[in-house]
Design a protein around this ligand. Structure first.
Ligand SMILES: Nc1ncnc2c1ncn2[C@@H]1O[C@H](COP(=O)(O)OP(=O)(O)OP(=O)(O)O)[C@@H](O)[C@H]1O
Length: 271
C-alpha cells in the first residue's frame, strides 16, 4: 500500500469527544469533574457500545450528544458540527419507563408524529409510519394504543418512532433493561438487523456485558468516577448475528467483565 497524497479525505466521524470534562451546574463548588479529559471517536455507521460502573457517567455522555446537557470542558462534534442543543438528527431511545409514548395516539400515529411535525403530508406520514412499523415487526398492531401493548412492543414503537424521524445517529440508554430475558433476546437480535438495514450510527449504553458483545462492533469500557474516562475499547470482530456459544464471544465477555470488576475493586479499596 502507498501513502498517496491524492487519497480521498476520510469521512467525517459521526461523533467526536475531544478532551471532554463535565460537571453538572448543581454540583458543589470545588467537587471533582464527573468526566475528565475523555476522548473517543465514533465513525459513521458504527454500532458503538459503552459499558462501565454505575455512576461513571455513561448517561451523561449520551445526554451531551443528545444536546440536553453541555460539557464543561473540551469539544463534542456530531457529523463535524459542534452540538448546540437537541436536534431531530440525533434520536434517543430510553428505558420505556423514562420516555412514555403519547398515550392518546395509536401506534401508527406515534410513529408518524415526527414526520408530521417535520411538515410531511398525512399520506406521507402514513407511508413512513408503515415502513417503520414493518421494519420493527409491528404489522397488525397499527391501531392499538400504548396501554394495549406489552413492554417489548412499546420498545419497538419507541425504536420505530425514533427511526421515522430519519436520524443520522441513535442514542440508546439501556433500552431493554426493563424487559424479560426472552423479549430482550429477540429485540437485541432485531436491533442488529435494523442497524444493518438502515446504516444508522448507534451509540448504546448498557450494564449487560453479554448484550454489549452481542451488539457492538466496538465496546468501550469506562472507569469509575469521578474523573471517569474510557480505559479501553474492544474491537468485537465477530460476524452478525452473533453466536453466544462461540468461544470468542465468551472470551470477549470475560475480558470486559474482568476490566469492570477491577474498576469496582479499586473503588472498594479506596473506600
Ligand atoms: N442532573 C444532575 N445533576 C447533578 N449530578 C448529576 C446529574 N445527573 C447525573 N449526575 C451525577 O453524575 C454522575 C454520572 O451519572 P450518570 O447517570 O451519567 O452515570 P451512569 O454511568 O449512566 O450511571 P448508571 O449506570 O447507574 O445509570 C453520577 O455521580 C450522578 O450522580
Amino acid at each position: 500500500m502507498t501513502n498517496s497524497p491524492t487519497s480521498e479525505t476520510p469521512p467525517t466521524p459521526a461523533v467526536v469527544f475531544d478532551k471532554v470534562g463535565m460537571a453538572y451546574p448543581g454540583q458543589k463548588a470545588g467537587s471533582e469533574l464527573i468526566l475528565a479529559n475523555l476522548s473517543v471517536t465514533v465513525p459513521q455507521g458504527e454500532f458503538f457500545v459503552l459499558v462501565g460502573p454505575s455512576g461513571s457517567g455513561k448517561s451523561t455522555l449520551l445526554k451531551i450528544v443528545a444536546g440536553t446537557e453541555k460539557q464543561t470542558e473540551g469539544r463534542v462534534l456530531a457529523n463535524g458540527n459542534v452540538i448546540d442543543g437537541p436536534d431531530r438528527r440525533r434520536g434517543m431511545v430510553f428505558q420505556s419507563i423514562e420516555e412514555p409514548l403519547f398515550q392518546w395516539l395509536t401506534v401508527a400515529e406515534n410513529i408518524g408524529f415526527g414526520p408530521s411535525v417535520a411538515g410531511k403530508s398525512r399520506s406521507e406520514c402514513r407511508t413512513i409510519a408503515q415502513h417503520y412499523i414493518d421494519l420493527v415487526g409491528l404489522r397488525g398492531h397499527e391501531a392499538k394504543f400504548p396501554h394495549e401493548l406489552s413492554g417489548g412492543m412499546k420498545q419497538r414503537v419507541q425504536i420505530a418512532r425514533t427511526l421515522a424521524a430519519e436520524p443520522e445517529l441513535i442514542l440508546f440508554d439501556e433500552p431493554f433493561a426493563a424487559l424479560d430475558a426472552l423479549t430482550r433476546r429477540v429485540l437485541q437480535k432485531e436491533l442488529t438487523r435494523i442497524w444493518r438495514e438502515t446504516g444508522c450510527t448507534m451509540v448504546y449504553v448498557t450494564h449487560d456485558i453479554r448484550e454489549a458483545v452481542l451488539l457492538g462492533q466496538r465496546v468501550a469500557v469506562m472507569s469509575r468516577g469521578p474523573r471517569a474516562n474510557i480505559t479501553r475499547v474492544y474491537d468485537i470482530d465477530l460476524p452478525y448475528p452473533r453466536d453466544d456459544l462461540d468461544s470468542r464471544f465468551a472470551d470477549a465477555v470475560k475480558a470486559i467483565e474482568g476490566d469492570i470488576e477491577r474498576e469496582a475493586a479499586s473503588q472498594w479499596e479506596q473506600n
